[in-house]
Structure formats: structure tokens, C-alpha cells
Design a protein around this ligand. Structure first.
Ligand SMILES: [Fe+2]
Ligand SMILES: [Fe+2]
Length: 469
């Protein structure tokens, strides 16, 4: 039986080492990022080598191709695309990081950061990446920003829609009305001709894990857009942007089901590569993870290396608390995407909790929490089972589960689940006890709720799925 096979990666964020790869300023920048910087070229090379030899018909990249739209990063990255194209069809979309939407390009020299870096103008993207989607397409929609959405047939079964969702006409991610109509028309045409439409855009239409973490990564019109796409007949959309690996399901009010696969960043843990195989009966989704890459001549275990890099982001937060450095602690929270502005007074509470628990063993922390009259009790046998771990090590496991969609799952009867749920009940309990409400209480309550999703991975697997056609 013939199949159309597509492999999706996202957020390759290629960083050119010509922008600096050592010194204090570079290290500070690199240490405050979940994904890699100076390693991106080698990681991408290894992934492209692997994908070039895979059985996929096409490699598709869901935006944020470069670090921050620097011209040199685009040039180096496109060279890699041309090399991969010798073996596979390659389709890309671009996103806000590809035209440096924050106008803050950077290069690093010693202790200094400079901003005099040439970047790609959004109007030049269309021509620059024409060989990777546009030239093979049978339909296009040129956005006012410059880049174009396109439709391309892959094998016998799939029409891929590469969609540019950078602007909705109101300075946010999404689509203008005519653009969305064009997309719906492509979905209908594909379905009418017996093909499966598969869409790829950069921003999320479902806030994965919890809106607290990912609502900001969604288009503000997300609910209307996803309902309209589902009702037009789209069953599968691939997105990037959040750097988290997730699969979730949505049903429109009219009863139409759609799945969103959020592909994590290729250059951060867990470096996922998501393969979608379509035949005339079903869509099958599987996920691979980059195994190794060669950096400066040394072959490295990619999973181990990327895990360590991600863990480091959390270690610096714990270290800041252990060193009693409130300012650094707040900076590190912001780097993790936790808005200290929103948290307000609760930053001090978090700082206290981190400082108190950072180096503690689970045994000691459990004893302490169970003595709090207003906190949830953690079963003693669960505390004993994890006793030798430190609180920091437990937090690292939670962090990795957020990134990788719970490759290691902890069910609600596991000791891990009971201990983590107990720890996360503490800030809520303290807020209630001290009469802190509003934003901080809402945030901590939502975190407590999200723990289930993080530890178990949610209802669906975040790596595999079968959808009947
Ligand atoms: Fe990104
Ligand atoms: Fe992004």
C-alpha cells in the first residue's frame, strides 16, 4: 500500500558561530536559553544526515529557522537546506524569529554584546526560501508581510499547507480574513480530491499543558481559527514555537475533531523529529529523537548533552536562591518564561521556597511540608521511596517532562506524583493562609493543576497517534 511520509522538525534556530561563541557575554546568553546556540550548526547537520537517509518523502520545518533573523544565520542555514535537498524534498515556513521581530539581533565579544548585526527583512524571505516550498507549490497566498503560505502535494495522499501566521492584521499572530478563507479553500480542495490536508504553522492553536505556560504562544484568535479549520475538514495541524513536545485534541462546537502536534525545538532537549505517514485509511504519527551529533570533532550523546543544557537553566535558578541573590533569581525566572511582573509579590514567596528547599533531600523537605498545618500531607512511604533525591533533582525531572511530553510517565499512584503534588500544594496553601489572592493565587493553583498533565503526559501520548481517515 502506498504511503505519503513527512517528517516535521521545528525551531532549528540556527546560530552562526561567527556571532561569537565564547566569552562572558556569550556564556550568559547561552546559559539562559533552553536550546543550544553554538552547537546548532552541528545538531542540524546530524539531524539532516539522519533525515536524508530516512524513508520520509519530505522534511518539513515549522518556522523559527534561525536564531533571530541574522543574515549570516540564514545564509548558513540555507546551505544546509540545499545539501538536504539533494536527498529529500524540503519544505519550510518562516516565523517571527526569521525577520528579527524584536529588533534585537546580537553578537558577543568578551564581556560585550553588540547589536550591529545585519538581519533579513521580512520582504526578502519569499525569494530567499523559494526553493523550499514556493517553487513546488500549486497555490500560494502572499501575506502583506512578504512571505507566502503555500499548498504542495506530497506523494499520493497528502496536501501540505505551509502557512505563514505571523500577522492577523492586528499586530498579533494569526490570519487576516482573506488568508483564512484561502486556507479553508485549500483544505476543501484537498479533501474533495481524496487527499489528506496536513497544515503546518508556527504558533499554537491549543494551549498545551496549561494556558499559563502556553497561552502567550497561541494566536489570540486561536479558538475561532481552530474551529474554522476543523469545520473545513482539517484533522491535523503541526506547530512549533513553544519548544515543547505535545499532542492534543480539540473538538469544534460543530463536533469536528482536530489534532495539534506541537513539535519541540530540534536544537533543545529532546530534539524531536515527528513522522506523519498517511495511507488511504489512516494517519500514523511517530516521534524519533536525535541520538548523536559531532561537535568540534567529538561525537556526543545528543539526549544526554541536551538534557544537561536544559537542566542547567534550572540549576542556575536554584543556585541563585542558594546564594541568596534575589535579583539573579528574578532574572532567571524571566529567562524560564515565568513572568516576574505578573507574579508580583509572589516572587518573594517563590524565592523563599527555593531558598528553603533548594539543597534539601526529599526526606527533609517531606518532613517539613507534612508539619505545615495547612499543606497537603505527603504519604510517608512515597517520601521514603524518593528520600535520597534532592528537591532540585525532582524539579529537574518535572522540567524535563514539561519539555519532552513525559517520555518518563509518572501515574497518580506513583511516589513521584505524590511527592510533587504535595510540594506544589505548598505555595497555594501559603497564599491562602496569608490571604494573597489575585494573580499569584491563580498562577499557583493552575500550576498545581498542571502537575497532573506534566507528570502523566496527559490523556494522549505526546509521541504517537493514529487518526482514522
Ligand atoms: Fe522558537
Ligand atoms: Fe517562535
Amino acid at each position: 500500500m502506498s504511503k505519503s511520509v513527512l517528517t516535521f522538525i521545528a525551531d532549528t534556530h540556527h546560530y552562526s558561530r561567527t556571532l561569537g561563541d565564547k566569552g562572558k557575554a556569550f556564556t550568559l546568553r547561552s546559559d539562559s536559553d533552553q536550546k543550544c546556540l553554538k552547537e546548532t550548526g552541528d545538531i542540524i547537520d546530524a539531524a539532516f544526515e539522519y533525515l536524508g537517509n530516512s524513508n520520509s518523502d519530505a522534511v518539513c520545518i515549522a518556522g523559527d529557522l534561525t536564531d533571530d533573523g541574522e543574515t549570516v544565520c540564514h545564509e548558513e542555514f540555507r546551505e544546509k537546506l540545499y545539501k538536504l535537498k539533494e536527498k529529500k524534498k524540503v519544505y519550510v515556513i518562516t516565523a517571527t524569529h526569521d525577520w528579527c521581530c524584536d529588533r534585537n539581533p546580537r553578537r558577543f565579544e568578551g564581556e560585550n554584546t553588540y547589536h550591529d548585526v545585519p538581519t533579513m527583512n521580512h520582504n526578502d524571505i519569499y525569494e530567499f526560501y523559494k526553493d523550499f516550498g514556493i517553487n513546488d507549490s500549486f497555490a500560494q497566498y502572499k501575506t502583506t508581510l512578504g512571505p507566502a503560505s503555500y499548498a504542495v502535494n506530497i506523494g499520493e495522499h497528502v496536501t501540505l499547507l505551509g502557512l505563514i501566521d505571523d500577522k492577523n492584521g492586528r499586530d498579533s499572530a494569526g490570519y487576516k480574513k482573506a488568508h483564512l478563507e484561502w486556507i479553508k479553500e485549500q483544505i476543501k480542495n484537498a479533501t474533495d480530491s481524496g487527499r489528506m490536508p496536513v497544515a503546518m504553522e508556527h504558533h499554537l492553536l491549543i494551549p498545551h499543558i496549561t494556558p499559563l505556560f502556553t497561552k502567550g504562544a497561541c494566536s489570540p484568535d486561536r479558538e475561532r481559527i481552530i474551529n474554522e479549520l476543523a469545520d473545513a475538514g482539517l484533522k491535523l495541524i503541526i506547530v512549533g514555537h513553544s519548544h515543547l513536545q505535545r499532542i492534543d485534541r480539540h473538538v469544534s462546537p460543530a463536533g469536528n475533531e482536530i489534532f495539534e502536534v506541537n513539535v519541540g525545538s530540534l536544537v533543545g532537549y529532546p530534539a524531536p523529529m515527528v513522522t506523519v505517514s498517511v495511507d488511504d485509511k489512516k494517519i500514523e504519527i511517530t516521534t524519533d529523537y536525535l541520538k548523536e551529533f559531532t561537535f568540534d570533532g567529538e561525537t556526543l550523546d545528543a539526549q544526554k548533552y541536551l538534557k544537561n543544557h536544559s537542566r542547567n537553566l534550572l540549576s542556575v535558578l536554584f543556585n541563585a536562591a542558594a546564594q541568596n541573590d534575589k535579583k539573579l533569581f528574578a532574572q532567571r525566572l524571566d529567562a524560564l518564561g515565568v513572568s516576574t511582573e505578573k507574579l508580583g509579590i509572589a516572587v518573594a514567596l517563590l524565592f523563599f521556597i527555593f531558598r528553603k528547599f533548594s539543597r534539601m533531600s526529599v526526606i527533609k523537605a517531606g518532613k517539613f511540608i507534612n508539619k505545615m498545618p495547612f499543606a497537603k500531607k505527603i504519604p510517608q512511604n512515597s517520601i521514603d521511596a524518593l528520600g535520597d533525591f534532592t528537591v532540585q533533582q525532582i524539579a529537574e525531572k518535572v522540567w524535563l517532562n514539561i519539555l519532552d511530553g513525559a517520555r518518563e510517565q509518572y501515574g497518580e499512584n506513583s511516589d513521584m506524583y505524590k511527592v510533587v503534588a504535595g510540594v506544589f500544594s505548598v505555595p497555594v496553601a501559603i497564599c491562602k493562609k496569608l490571604g494573597i489572592d489575585g494573580n499569584p493565587l491563580e498562577i499557583f493553583t493552575e500550576c498545581e493543576r498542571a502537575i497532573d498533565e506534566i507528570l502523566t503526559g496527559g490523556v494522549l501520548s505526546n509521541a504517537e497517534l493514529i487518526i482514522e481517515r
